[in-house]
Structures are given as C-alpha cells and as structure tokens.
Design a protein around this ligand. Sequence first.
Ligand code: IMP
Length: 463
Amino acid sequence: MTKYEAGPRTQAVLGMQFGDEGKGTVVATYAREADVVVRFNGGGNAGHTLYTAEGKKVVMNDAPSGMIFPHVTNVIANGCVLNLETLARNISGLETKLFISDAAHLVLPYHSEIDKAREQAREKGIGTTGKGIGPAYADKAHRIGIRAGLLKRPQRLEEVLAETLEFKNQELQSLGSERQFSMKEILEWLEPYRQRFAPSVIDTREYLQEAIRQRKKIVLEGANGALLDLDQGTYPYVTSSSTTIGGVLTGTGLNHRQIGRVIGVIKAYTSRVGEGPFPTESELYEDIKQFKKGERTITEEEEKIVREGTGWESGYDRFFSRWIRESAEEFGATTGRPRRIGWLDLVAVKKAVQINGCNYYALTRLDNLDGTFRVKVCTAYQHKETGEKTEIFPSDTEELANYEPVYEIIPGWKSTKGMRSFAELPGSAQWYVNLTSECLNIPPALLKNGPLQDDRIEMFKLW
Ligand code: IMP
C-alpha cells in the first residue's frame, strides 16, 4: 500500500433502501472510535437520529453525526447543499469541530419556496421534503449556485447573488408564486451565519488528503438512500444528489483507492416517505397519509393478530405495518410525515449492494421485529401477467408496478433485546440474518437491536 491509500481506515456508511435505514446509529457506532466524520451529499432533507453516550436523542439534518463526539472533526464536503440556519440548530449546545467545504452550495430561503411551488405546480408531486434540496442542486447544475467559499468574500457574494436573485424571482413567478426576494432580505438572513461559519470554510478536499496522509480514521456518512439516488434510484421519485459510492468520490474529492470499505445499512424492514414505487408496501399510501405520531391506528384485536397470528391470512401485512409505524415511531425525522412501511426487499437491496460494492452490511432495527408471529422477506419479484420470476430490480420505474414480491416466510421470534452476540439470538432471528447474508452475498458487520449506542452485536470489528 502506498502512503496515499487509505486502506481500511476510511469507511463509507451508505443507506441501501429509501433513506431512514438508521444510518445515524450506525455512524455513531463507528464515529466514537473515529477521528473524522464526513457528509458528502444531500442536506437538510436528511434526518439522522442518534443517541449520545448518556442516551440523549439528537437529530442531525445538515450536520454530520460525528457532532455528538467532541473528539471528532466533522466535515461538510463539497457534494452537500447546506442550510446554515439548520446547521446552527443541529449543533446548538454541542462542543464541535467543524469544517465546511468552500465548494459546498448554500441552500438559501428562496430554495424552499421554489421547492414547494414546484411541487404544487406538478401534476403529480414527488413528495419532496420541501427543504429546497432539488432547487439548490439545480442551481449548481445551472452554474448560478452560491458556494460556501463566498462567505469569506462578502463583496463578491453580493455580486453573484444579484445575478442569481434575478433568475430566482423569475422562476418563482413562472411557478405561480407571489413570493419575491430582495437582496436586502437574503443578506440580512445570511449575515449572522456568515459571521459565525465563514472561519470554518476551507478546502476540505485538501484537508481530507492530509487526514489520510496522517492515517486518521474517517467515516463517510451517506444521506438518503441508494434507491433515492438521482441516477440509480426510482427516478423521478428520487432526491437530487448521488447517494451512492460515486457520490462519495465526486462529493469529497477522494479517489476510489482511498475508500477502504463500504458498509451498506439495511433496515430489517422497508420504509419510504414521499411518492414513488414500493414493491413490498403493506398498505396503500393514500390510506395512511393522515396518520399522526402518537395516534392509535391499530386495535387490540389487530395487534393480537400481529403477535399471535390468529387469522393471519387476512390483513396481517397491513396490521404489521401499522404496528411497526407506531412501535418504531416511523414518522419522518425531518417532516413528521407518516412513513410507508413494508417487508424487507432483498431484490432492491441487492441492487444497492451491487452498485455500492459493499464489503459488509449493518442491519438495523432487528428488535423492532421482536414479538411478531411471522416475518416476511422478499427474495424475488414475479410478473403479475406472465408469472415470470426475476431477482433483478427493474430499471424502468413504471415497469416496477407490474411486479409483485415473492416472499420467504420465517417464524417470528420473542426478543433480541439486550443480546450482544449472534449465538444468543433466537434461532429464527439467526435464520433471518443468514438469509440476508446469503441473498446479498456479503457478511454482516453489525446488527443493531436497539437505538442506543450499546444496543448492538458487533460481528466484525471495523477498526
Ligand atoms: P428531496 O430530497 O427533499 O428533494 O425529496 C425527494 C424524495 O426523497 C422525497 O420522496 C423525500 O421524501 C425523499 N427523501 C429525501 N431525503 C430523505 C431521507 O433522508 N430519508 C428518506 N427520504 C428522503
């Protein structure tokens, strides 16, 4: 190995589903022994929930999850779009070491207005988070974005902003919005954050190269998920960044030889927020949209079916998803929207693992399946008309609707809580993990059986 190769000291932790896989808790597991945690894509659309060593719940949107550890240096790299107001909120009260790439793009107040106006103007919305992520990446592609480097050059910032604002106000008008932004309004909003964060703005690409030369331990923290990748996901129901391994390279300036390992984070079931295809979905999206956190949507009778299986042929999947949504609090960490729920879809995950070249996977929320009568895992799709089976995730998003999942059914298990080794797990939970490994052809590095830092079975020590 040459001295510029990172080897296994640089680990990418990436989501293998539609986001919300529990990446925050996995990053926290590795970050506590790391030196640097880097976000390379997305922005405030992400909602990484994690717990401090004292068990305090923290949600990060724009900030890397390493922020909960005072010894970790956090980097917001060039592939991110950054809302400084959200960042300030995320790190409030924390003792942090932070660098922001001079090439990261700023999310400014007009971006979320455009995001919402565009969603309304579309015949069928994407169900974006409304945080202005798509419009900020669109400005980057149009070459009218405001990069963080300009925070250090207020005069130039005003000049660039003047041109951009003209385009943005025209865009809002063309989308039917009455909202217009003045230079004064944007500068007044920006100024306190400019003063606070300008000193943190550096060439993070060079910083990371130096960190690698110094053999620092680096975690690259993915946001969103592989199936939301702009190119590889279920377009157009995707986010606007590269959430997969390609995004790690373009979003940081690291080269491919500098990525030591890739850990794919998989939730033990599937969830999705927003619109778009979801083959293993257990209940129609239209029927759950009105659900609110803390509300009862399942009766005792129905809960009994999930736990004991009496009459399990009727409605089991639907009750399972309601039960999971309540017990696992499956509501958006960023928007509060109820998440759509379904069984683990290994056809979709296999595609994600292959694109990312994962060496290992981390399985999260295994404990949330505790106490169910049966657990289903989708291992193939079957064409609804021809009956043809496939293990390949169709590239055409609309074509996906023609397939239905083929499930393997595993007996449920009582509890995985508090267990710290694979051998302790109930037989059927082991079966579940083994089936996943076999299907994906990679081993697990980590099994999470609770949200706290210590709720984990470490199958392989990364460092
Ligand atoms: P946007 O990223 O706000 O443009 O939203 C595009 C789509 O990606 C919507 O369906 C969002 O719900 C989804 N999305 C974006 N970020 C996340 C995430 O971190 N977790 C889950 N879904 C996300």
